[in-house]
Design a binder for this molecule. Structure first.
Ligand code: GSH
Length: 346
């Protein structure tokens, strides 16, 4: 039988462990971010459409807009932001370690990433699919003609895994040539080191536009996979997850309600549409559940704009856009037959 003192020591040890394991004093991500004074948001190496640098060295793009929107929701200022540019291989570890507060980086939401890496994936901001780029003079017009081809691919991506699956399923015997840096990948392809490049179709369209002679290349018609590109946060902080989720939803919902960065002041002052009034904090208390102030959604739309404005600017036909048509695609609003849908904000 266990002696009483031993028993008591064991109880004490268990109690100590229990106290140590209960993060009663642990700061929430929101508290840490507020104390720090800015959001740390992870993107990738400059890539057209999603995260790129302008002549002044400022980041812009669809994924950068998500970072700016989160900073606006919290601080009312899209510049309260540190953008971190991290490689595909390191991105998830870096987020899981707490180096970033969120990842907004053409990351495909997959089951294993969502359930095995200590992360949560949120509402996608772009629905993409994988494809191949080839030299037009190669005569290749279909992915099924890539038998025995050398294909350049970025490592640490779903792209690499899907390429193997596609080759195996179709008995193509493709050799993958892997690169950490997608610029080196593209250089190698341009210099004849690979017969094709594979990647997310939207990213490849953006990269191709910067090739010396874009018209010499084409993206093959086949789409190999589903690539729902979504922001991600660390698992376990529901409030932070809600803040990032509802930031993305606010941008989608604003588009549905016709609220833009141009008319948001006017609508806040004059609209009698109750959905608009609620979302912009004129009525109700939606902000309280997020732990933010009532202007959170107003600030997002004022400083960053709605989803459609950002799509147009960076993925669409805007000056910095990469010309990917939205109409009829999964990236249209649900009211136009697409998948961009926000739960009700009420
Ligand atoms: N969506 C894929 C690929 C994302 C990705 O990180 N792609 C990168 C690294 S920046 C890339 O090669 N981008 C340029 C391209 O695909 O052309 C994933 O989540 O694994």
């Amino acid at each position: 039988m266990m002696k009483l003192t031993t028993f008591l020591t064991s109880v004490a040890a268990v109690a100590t462990l229990a106290v140590a394991a209960t993060p009663v004093t642990a700061e929430t991500t929101l508290e840490i971010v507020k104390k720090r004074g800015h959001v740390r948001c992870q993107v990738g190496p400059p890539s057209a459409g999603y995260y790129n640098l302008d002549a002044k060295g400022e980041w812009y793009g669809l994924d950068v807009a998500t970072c700016q929107a989160v900073a606006s929701a919290i601080f009312g200022d899209p510049k309260k932001l540190e953008i971190q540019s991290i490689s595909s291989q390191m991105r998830f570890t870096s987020l899981a370690n707490g180096e970033s507060d969120l990842l907004s980086r053409t990351a495909t939401w997959t089951m294993s990433r969502d359930t095995q890496l200590g992360l949560d994936f949120l509402q996608p901001n772009f629905y993409d699919g994988q494809g191949f780029t080839v030299h037009k003079d190669s005569g290749i017009t279909s992915a099924y003609q890539l038998k025995g081809a050398k294909v350049c691919v970025t490592s640490g991506t779903t792209t690499e895994l899907n390429l193997t699956d596609f080759s195996r399923a179709n008995d193509l015997n493709i050799s993958a040539v892997t690169f950490e840096d997608y610029n080196v990948r593209d250089e190698t392809y341009l210099n004849g080191g690979c017969d094709a490049v594979t990647g997310d179709k939207s990213s490849m369209a953006g990269n191709m536009a910067a090739f010396p002679v874009p018209a010499d290349h084409m993206i093959l018609p086949e789409t190999l996979s589903k690539e729902p590109l979504a922001p991600a946060v660390r698992h376990g902080d529901s409030q932070w997850r809600d803040i990032v989720s509802w930031t993305v939803y606010a941008m989608i919902n604003a588009e549905e309600l016709g609220i833009t960065s141009k008319n948001v002041d006017d609508l806040r002052a004059k609209s009698d549409n109750v959905s608009i009034r609620r979302m912009l904090g004129v009525e109700g208390n939606l902000h309280e559940g997020l732990g933010l102030n009532k202007d959170w959604a107003y600030s997002i739309i004022k400083h960053v704009g709605n989803y459609g404005e950002n799509y147009e600017a960076y993925m669409g036909s805007g000056e910095q856009g990469i010309g990917i048509p939205r109409k009829g695609s999964a990236n249209a609003l649900w009211t136009d037959g697409g998948l961009m849908y926000s739960p009700p904000m009420r």
